[in-house]
Design a protein around this ligand. Structure first.
Ligand code: GLC
Length: 653
């Protein structure tokens, strides 16, 4: 259940009036539960909606429409989803349990179609996956569509992936396997061929008002002065001149038209899209590009207060119509701008349940390149524990580039830390420095600008390079690096998520762009098709000799797979690794070392440096006895020598 809110429904006149409507119009089966949920969250929804739209003449009819749609969706919600709602209201922290393991994949790259994903559930279960994020599968525009993030229809599936009923079938299959489906809700924009955009093009004023369309460049030019750029190389600027339409706000690609959230009809339409997908069994919504929803002249048009009001309203809406669902913020912003996505200081826990810890993700890569565990330690120290019932999503790679801007404070030496050079790091991962083992590529870097890095984990840690050169000596440390980074992702506070293919150290898709289709879009480098031949060989135990240090890729795959599975199995047995168990960073003088205590029972210890380091004592934990959880539970005695890139998970003996 969402936290109790400050506005009580009984003292909110409009909430009382709408409650009466709900009471008469809901079916007997849903009435009682819904009214209780309305009493707890209705006032929050209405207060947020009112804050956004009270001055708008369209607000009253929009709200009436929303209410009718809420009633329809509540009554249409299937019994098994209602049961899920009830169980999650009893256990609102369900997704923070130690056994929640996440996985992210593109449907076509992973299994061809939505139904194909259902046929790969065994693989997911073998990894312990309980949360599956499938990248956009709704109907997208033809031609370029930003990997599906240019949605043409929120009620249809991309034809190559299946049809809308397949979502129901897949979610039933996943739920039976204990896996929750996470889907993208692309809120910031639609494709330029969405029915609303087509109507706007045809001159329909109602639909023109769904977008930010300007008759000339005057306001766009004034806005541009304060705006950043997401794709400065492939889509410079934030506006697109559309013949016969005007200057259209397009933060991302020119074919992604930003929605105008100051229009209450847009709010209601997107709320309806969410409710319908929730009724098809989507349990977690990844709110794509969340920071950009609200525009304000003279600002970067990111993280505006109204964005948070929208999220509060959506959270309350979910708590009323589909309380089993979660909201996840995709806000790739520096850490100090990120935590408000859980709710502001007065309303902690009132917004998203989950947020990507993008600073930690980028920090892990920076730490590896700089051989400095203290970079991660500082980020963890500065990460406030999310409010009760909320958590970080921890990850190493995803379908996007590693955006270095999220480390702007840390790299500048925030809070007295030693600065580091993001330009060097981005060159390092592109293989452009003498000491580099990486085979990534720079993304959207204009001139000397530092933007992002593309590449699969395997390529960035040096596995791809060692394999290509058949260099067994280089391969071993490369595999250690991959274990080190995932060993942290699985051990620090959060819901840890694997990126498709990482479980077998799948390499870059070097053919991406060769067919001309993705030539302009470097992120396809790390969106390779899944290698099921290798997965099946591992599953059938056809690769027995995994201790062999051979440089054949299937052997590397088997070793990494075994290492990750061992971590996951250990995590499942270790309650101190719950996403919401307390975290304490241990102080070490040597910047190469990272030590993190979780709960009372667990310590993570690792060495990012190139030299062995001896640990004489664990600060604040004198006298405790430890076992090495990843190495057959062997007793650990201090002093302990940490080899370069060593990873230890210590459990109390
Ligand atoms: C998000 C997605 C990214 C996409 C962008 C625009 O950041 O992760 O892949 O390009 O939104 O939709």
């Amino acid at each position: 259940m969402s936290p109790p809110n400050r506005h009580t429904t009984s003292t909110h006149p409009q909430a009382c009036a709408l409650r009466a409507q709900l009471a008469t119009r809901l079916s007997g089966e849903t009435r009682e539960d819904t009214l209780a949920r309305w009493d707890a969250h209705g006032a929050t929804l209405l207060t947020a909606f009112g804050t956004l739209y009270d001055d708008d003449a369209r607000a009253t009819s929009a709200l009436q429409h929303l209410l009718s749609q809420m009633i329809g969706n509540i009554d249409a919600r299937r019994p098994e989803l209602r049961a899920l709602d009830a169980s999650r209201e009893r256990d609102p922290a369900w997704f923070l349990a130690a056994d929640m393991i996440g996985y992210t994949a593109y449907v076509d790259r992973f299994a061809g179609t939505l139904l194909g994903v259902g046929r790969r559930v065994d693989h997911l279960q073998g990894l312990g996956v309980r949360y599956l994020h499938l990248l956009p599968f709704l109907r997208a525009r033809e031609g370029d569509n930003d990997g599906g993030f240019a949605v043409s229809d929120y009620d249809a599936v991309q034809p190559a992936l299946g049809d809308i009923e397949d979502i129901d079938a897949l979610t039933v299959r996943l739920r039976r396997a204990g896996i929750s489906l996470c889907a993208d809700l692309v809120l910031n924009h639609t494709a330029d061929d969405h029915a609303w955009a087509r109507a706007a093009r045809a001159g329909d004023p109602h639909h023109r008002a769904y977008y930010h369309i300007f008759p000339d460049r005057e306001l766009p030019d004034r806005h541009e002065r304060a705006l950043g750029q997401v794709f400065p190389v492939t889509a410079p600027g934030n506006f697109t001149e559309v013949p016969g339409v005007g200057s259209v706000w397009t933060t991302f690609y020119p074919y992604q038209w930003d929605l105008n959230w100051s229009n209450p009809d847009v709010f209601v339409k997107m709320a309806c899209a969410l409710m319908r997908l929730a009724n098809r069994g989507v349990e977690i919504f990844r709110l794509d590009a969340t920071p950009y929803l609200w525009k304000r002249l003279g600002t970067s048009c990111m993280n505006q207060p109204e964005v948070h009001t929208i999220l509060r309203a959506f959270r309350a809406l979910c708590a009323i119509v589909a309380p089993g669902t979660l909201l996840k913020a995709e806000a790739i912003v520096p850490a100090h701008e990120l935590t408000p996505y859980f709710g502001d200081a007065d309303d902690q826990g009132a917004e998203c349940h989950l947020a990507y810890h993008s600073t930690l993700m980028a920090g892990l890569w920076a730490a590896l390149a700089e051989q400095r565990g203290d970079i991660v330690g500082r980020i963890l120290r500065a990460s406030p524990a999310p409010p009760q019932g909320a958590g970080w999503l921890t990850y190493l790679r995803c379908h996007d580039d590693i955006g270095w801007h999220v480390l702007s404070d840390e790299s500048a030496g925030a809070a007295g830390s030693t600065p580091f050079d993001l330009m060097r790091i981005s060159r390092f991962y592109a293989g452009d420095t003498a000491d580099s083992y990486a085979r990534g590529r720079r993304f959207q870097s204009v001139g000397d600008g530092i933007h992002g890095t593309n590449g699969m984990t395997s390529a960035l840690v040096g596995i791809d390079d060692a394999l290509a050169r058949g260099d067994a000596q280089a391969l071993e440390p490369a595999e250690h690096r991959m274990r080190l980074l995932y060993g942290i992702v699985f051990a620090v506070a959060g819901l840890p998520t694997l990126y498709m293919g990482d479980e077998i150290a799948l390499g870059n898709d070097e053919s991406a762009g060769a067919d001309g289709r993705h030539a302009e879009e470097g992120r396809w480098l790390h969106r390779p098709p899944m290698d099921w031949t290798t997965v099946d060989r591992i599953a059938d135990h056809h690769i027995d000799d995994i201790e062999n240090t051979d440089t054949a890729r299937p052997l590397v795959a088997a070793r990494i797979h075994a290492a990750l599975r061992r971590m996951i199995a250990t995590r499942l047995r270790t309650p101190s690794l719950r996403a919401d168990a307390p975290t304490r960073v241990l102080d070490f003088d040597d910047p190469a070392i990272l030590g993190v205590q979780r709960g009372g029972e667990f310590v993570l210890l690792c060495n990012f440096g190139a030299q062995p380091v001896t640990i004489d004592a664990l600060p604040g934990l004198d006298g405790a006895q430890w076992r090495d959880l990843l190495h057959n539970g062997e007793d650990i005695t201090l002093p302990l020598q940490l080899a370069p890139c060593a990873l230890h998970w210590l459990g109390r003996a």
